[in-house]
Ligand binder design. Structure first.
Ligand SMILES: Cc1cc2nc3c(=O)[nH]c(=O)nc-3n(C[C@H](O)[C@H](O)[C@H](O)COP(=O)(O)OP(=O)(O)OC[C@H]3O[C@@H](n4cnc5c(N)ncnc54)[C@H](O)[C@@H]3O)c2cc1C
Length: 243
């Protein structure tokens, strides 16, 4: 449901719910996008600074998740939250442009998180494969295992390069809509694939919670969902390519 912000005198009154808000239960302030003009489409969205201590703000759910358990994911409810005008960030109608800029940076951040996850999973698999012996030799000396580890390394390096490219352009102030989506799409897919292969390389131990690859695998899956799903990244890239 859209969150609405209606003007009453010199106050805005916010009502609505928002799903899957990272760290909302811990935050000192929350940025809320709300509709200030329902007839204006993208130009009718504005951003408000909400203090969790404001009357009417409530974290209604903290979700149990398959991964990313160090970071709470919340449902929040805004029930007649009254805000003075100076809680509007920028001007009325700026919300969508602000969101697009945030998403460009956010997608690069998810790409960077993915690079780290992929690298961690690759290193765990490589280290295990050089130590674990079967049939009288380290399993890394079996072609099937060595090739898997080389592919993991290739994917991690490729994701890192794309992420660096997007981040460098972003820092230079360039339009990175296509590159940030490309880096996020590639790095998140790479992280999930590398982590899955890492579980496989560790065999039975890979399936236990005593070893890290299963956690990398569960955490990596979110990278393909948050900050816009992979399907949406394809839409963004296709549009940027003029398709
Ligand atoms: C752990 C976690 C943390 C999150 N943190 C935040 C946060 O802090 N702030 C925030 O705002 N959001 C946050 N989210 C929300 C997240 O960004 C969304 O869940 C995500 O963008 C997908 O949106 P949705 O859940 O509404 O899925 P839907 O839009 O319902 O999509 C469901 C499926 O349909 C596909 N689909 C939808 N539309 C299209 C289309 N046009 N073309 C092709 N396929 C399509 C999707 O790719 C997906 O596979 C978080 C989510 C999670 C799980």
């Amino acid at each position: 449901m859209d969150t609405l912000a209606e003007k009453e005198g010199d106050e805005y009154v916010l009502n609505g719910t928002k799903q899957f808000i990272t760290n909302a239960s811990e935050a000192g302030s929350v940025l809320v996008k709300a509709v200030t003009d329902p007839d204006a489409g993208y130009d009718g969205i504005s951003t408000f600074i909400v203090d969790p201590a404001d009357d009417g703000f409530e974290v209604t759910t903290i979700w149990d998740k398959m991964g990313l358990n160090a970071s709470p994911t919340c449902e929040i409810q805004l029930d007649d939250v009254r805000l003075p005008e100076d809680r509007l960030l920028g001007n009325e109608g700026d919300g969508w442009d602000q969101t697009k800029k945030t998403l460009d940076g956010g997608r690069i951040s998810i790409a960077a998180l993915s690079v780290g996850l992929g690298q961690g999973a690759y290193e765990a698999a490589k280290s295990y494969a050089t130590e674990r012996e079967q049939f009288g030799q380290p399993i890394s000396e079996f072609d099937a295992v060595r090739n898997k580890i080389v592919a993991m390394h290739r994917k991690a390096e490729r994701a890192r390069l794309l992420t660096h490219k997007a981040a460098t352009k972003y820092d230079a102030g360039a339009d990175v809509n296509r590159l940030s989506a490309l880096a996020k799409l590639d790095a998140s897919e790479a992280a999930r694939e590398i982590a899955e292969d890492a579980v496989q390389v560790l065999g039975g131990y890979g399936y236990t919670t005593d070893f890290a690859p299963q956690r990398f695998y569960r955490d990596a899956k979110l990278m393909e969902i948050g900050e816009g799903t992979s399907e949406i990244q394809h839409l963004v890239i296709g549009r940027e390519l003029g398709l």
